[in-house]
Write a protein that binds this ligand. Sequence first.
Ligand code: IPE
Ligand code: IPE
Ligand code: MG
Length: 256
Amino acid sequence: MISKTESYKQLLVPEKMPQHVAIIMDGNGRWAKKKNRPRLFGHSQGVKSVRNVVEASVEIGVKHLTLYAFSLENWNRPQSEVSGLMSLMISTIQKEFKTLHKNNVRIKLVGNLALLPTSVKEKVFETERITQNNTAMTLNIALSYGSQWEIAEAAKKIAIDVSQNKISPDDITPESFSQYLLTSHSPDPELLIRTSGEFRISNFLLYQMAYTELYFTDTLWPDFGKEAFYEAIYHFQQRERRFGKISEQLPSNSNQ
Ligand code: IPE
Ligand code: IPE
Ligand code: MG
C-alpha cells in the first residue's frame, strides 16, 4: 500500500511501461442503480473515465489503448438502451474529437461496423480518416465487437487469399494470422483491465490476449480514475512475465 499523498504514477518504471493496455469498461449499469438513476446515466458518467484513462495513457507513454465500448452481444440489450448508447457514442466522439486530434491521438474502430446505424458509421469513419496520421497514441475503440466473429472473419479473408493464390497454406502462421485481425496495427496487449468485479473475458481479443496479464478490480467503471489506472499498471509492473521459461532464464535475473 502507498500513502494517501503518494501517487502510483511516481512508482511506475518507464522501462516496464506496457505498450498496449486493453480495458473492459464494465459496471456502468450497477453504478447508476446504486444511485437510483437510469442505466444511461451510468453510461454517460462512464465517458469521464474514458477521458481520464486516455489522458493518463498519453501522460505515461502507453502507445496503444483498446477500450471495449460495445460488444456484439450488447445488441441484445433493450432497444432503448442500445439507441441511448448509440447517441452517446456520437455525442462523445463529437465532443472529444478535437482534443484527441490536438493531442495527436489516432482513433481506430474495431468491430462489425456494418451493423451500426448510418449516423454512427459516418461519424466514426470521418474520425478515423482525420486522425489516421496521428502518432502520439493509438486509441482502438471496440464497437459492435466480438472476438470469435473477428477470428472467423480473419479465417474467411485467409481462405480467399489462398483461393486467389495470393498466399499458400504454408504461409499461415500465428504471426501472419494476426495480420488478418482488426487490431493488426497494434501489438498484442500486455495488460487487460476489467472493472466491476466480473472475472471473464466476454468475447474480447481472444487471439491477441494469449499472453496478456489480467487485472480485475471491483471498482465500477464510472469510478475508475487516473489513480486506479496507474495502480493497475503498477501491479502489472510487479509481475514476472515468464513466457514459458523459468525465473532464472529471464534477463532481469541473469548474473551474466
Ligand atoms: C458496461 O457497463 C458498458 C457496456 C457494456 C456498454 P454495463 O452496462 O455492462 O454495466 P453493468 O454490468 O450492467 O453494471
Ligand atoms: C462487456 O460487458 C462488454 C463491454 C464492456 C462493452 P458486458 O457487461 O456486456 O459483459 P457480460 O455480458 O456481463 O459478460
Ligand atoms: Mg456489464
